[in-house]
Structure formats: C-alpha cells, structure tokens
Design a protein around this ligand. Structure first.
Ligand SMILES: O=C(O)CCC(=O)C(=O)O
Ligand SMILES: [Fe+2]
Length: 357
C-alpha cells in the first residue's frame, strides 16, 4: 500500500526517570476541591526545580504536537496497602491514600502551564477519576475491565478551533493524564501515534478522512442526550505544523448517512491501521503518562475480573488554554467544564461566562 511519507513528527513516546521521587504535598482535602489547588500549587515551584530538563523539553514537544506521549517514571513514591483500592470511578469515600499522587500531578501540571480539567457530564465532574476494574454487568462496569480499542477522549466535543460561542461546549482535552498507583499484573495502556497510523493509509483514504463526512456520538461515560451527535466532521485534520491530528473512537464515529460508501471504507481502513500501530506502555506505580489527545490514540489491554484490586490508575484531563471561558459555573468549580448535565437546573447552558467573571 502506498504510504504518505513526510511525517517524522509525533511518532514516539519519550520517557524520563526522576533520580529521586518528588516530595509529596500534604493535602487538607480531596483533590479537585479549591483548597487542594492551593495546597498543591504551593509545591509547584519546588516541583519545577526538580523536574529533569529532558522531561521539560519532552513536554514542550508534546505541547507542540511533535511528541505523542511522555512518561515520567518514578515521580512519586506511595506505599499503598493491598486493600486500598476504590470500588468505582468516582468513589469519594475511598481511602485518601491517592491524594498526594494527585497533588503532585497538579503541581507538575501547574509548573508546566497545563490546566487540569474535567467535564460536568462525565463522572460527576471529578477532577481525578479512579480507573479501576469494577464488578457488575452494567455497560460501564464491563467497560471498566474490558480491553479498550484505540480512541481519543471527549471525542464528541469540538476541537479547540471548532468551539463556537454560546454552543455550551468546551473543547475536548488536549491531554489525557494517567497516574499509576497500582498495576501489579502489568496491564498495559496502548498508544497508537497518528503518524504511525497515517503511514499505513493510502493517500485517497487519508483525503477522505479529512472530509466532513463523519458523525460523532458521545462516549459511554458522557451523560449527554443520546441524540446529541456532532455531525459531518473530519476525523483527521492537518495541523499547523507538519503533522496531522485525529479524533476517533471505534464505537462513536460513523460515516454520515449521506457520505457514500467510500467514507465507510476509509473508516474500515483506519481501524485496520490503528490496530497494528499500538505500542504497549505499562503505567507503573509512581509513573505519570501524559498522552497527547490530538496526536495519539490510546487504549488498553483487558483487565481480568479476578484482578480487581491489582490495577488502579488516576485519570485527569489537561488543556493548554485558559479554562475560564468554559467553566460550567465559576463559583462552583475552577475545573469543571461545559457541557452541563442535562439534569442540572441550568440545563444545556448557552451563556458562556466572560474570562474575568
Ligand atoms: O486504563 C487505561 O490504561 C486507559 C483507560 C482509558 O483510556 C479511559 O478510561 O478512557
Ligand atoms: Fe481513554
């Protein structure tokens, strides 16, 4: 198959290791509350000084869409007792053993100009979600322990330059941040950089995927109206540098009914290309993985149900832009972004607060 050539960018994961783990902040409340931002941010200067130069330059390349993922190994040291694992994604009553790891992640992000955020429609807007395999037959529980095919997070949300005032939507995250607390069976996160995927696509396929021919529905974790569809979108977009960016999710992207058969075929080719482009990355305790949600698809190996206590990652999202235009309610939270939940009293809000509100 002819390859597209040209791309040398965003093709790899860069890894740095800290010589000694960072000193953990003492937090007085659960991360995601305003008081914790203050506690954690007091550590940001100290953290900035401790971060290896190589890591800082990797993070700059990540922000420029030149790298697709960066892993910081040995960022913190936590001694978790064997039974200290939350039972579900938003378990707010679980042991606070995870707070310092979240605090150090907040301090690192602050020192790098990354704004951590959540969406009000997902996981109650919690800033840090527990990625743990949960028991039960609900679609969410099954998803929590199943393998995950390649996807970008927040796929139904606009790309930053697609955001239109008053549509009540924040952009999808620039970064997906995974923090390792426990992973004793080395269940891998899987990364597929767009550059590797694109090299496997025929030129015509790549062109079709850049046409506004695809409809996108919300991922299962997003509590949005089931008829909320982002229509006629390109899946792949040329970015301002030498690369491309992608939004994709196997279950949530389909060719528009008027798009014609070539759009369907291009999607099948894309899925094939993704499936052979993965690199496995094990996020171990103390590791923080920063995934560029524009230039990398991510997924996961299956987490076996018998291993429920053996894997626990925290997940948060990051944006490089200011959050203030997209906050659901600046008085309520400094990280929870639009869209609002359908059952919130404000409904599908349309007024976007001014940046200085
Ligand atoms: O568990 C992982 O390693 C990744 C999970 C993930 O992609 C997600 O929850 O969206
Ligand atoms: Fe994900």
């Amino acid at each position: 198959m002819p390859s597209v050539g040209l791309l040398t960018v965003n093709s790899r994961l860069a890894t740095s290791r800290l010589a000694a783990p960072l000193q953990l902040p003492e937090l007085s409340a659960r991360p995601g509350t305003a008081v914790v931002s203050e506690d954690a941010l007091q550590k940001a200067d100290y953290v900035a000084e401790q971060l290896p130069v190589a890591f800082r330059s990797h993070m700059n390349l990540l922000a420029m869409n030149i790298l697709s993922a960066v892993k910081l190994e040995g960022a913190f040291d936590l001694n978790l007792a064997a039974d200290k694992v939350p039972t579900h994604f938003t378990d707010t009553n679980c042991d606070p053993a995870w707070w310092p790891a979240a605090g150090i992640t907040m301090a690192i992000c602050d020192s790098l100009g990354i704004n951590l955020c959540s969406y009000a429609v997902e996981n109650e807007g919690e800033l840090f979600v527990h990625l743990v395999p949960t028991i039960g037959d609900s679609p969410q529980a099954k998803k929590s322990r199943g393998a995950m095919r390649g996807h970008t997070d927040g796929v139904v949300l606009p790309l930053p330059w697609e955001v239109t005032p008053n549509d009540g939507l924040a952009p999808s995250p620039d970064l997906v941040i995974l923090v390792g607390l426990r992973n004793s069976h080395h269940v891998a996160t899987r990364l597929a950089p767009i550059s590797a995927v694109i090299r496997k696509l025929a030129k015509t396929t790549l062109h079709i995927l850049q046409e506004p021919l695809y409809d996108i529905s919300p991922q299962i974790s997003f509590r949005m109206p089931s008829d909320h569809v982002r229509e006629r979108c390109p899946v792949i977009v040329r970015d301002q540098h030498e690369g491309y960016i992608i939004r994709f999710s196997h279950g949530n992207v389909s060719a528009n009914s008027a798009a014609g058969v070539a759009a369907d075929v291009a999607l099948v080719d894309l899925k094939d290309a993704i499936s052979t482009s993965f690199e496995n990355v094990v996020v171990k305790p103390g590791d923080i993985l920063f995934v560029n949600n524009r230039t990398s698809l991510h997924g996961r190996e299956e987490v076996m149900i018998g291993l429920t206590k053996n894997r626990w990652l925290l997940r948060s999202y990051g944006l490089y832009s200011e959050l203030s235009p997209y906050l659901i309610d600046a008085k309520k939270s400094n990280h929870m972004l639009l869209p609002a939940r359908k059952d919130d009293t404000v409904g599908h809000r349309v007024t976007i607060p001014q940046p200085d509100a």
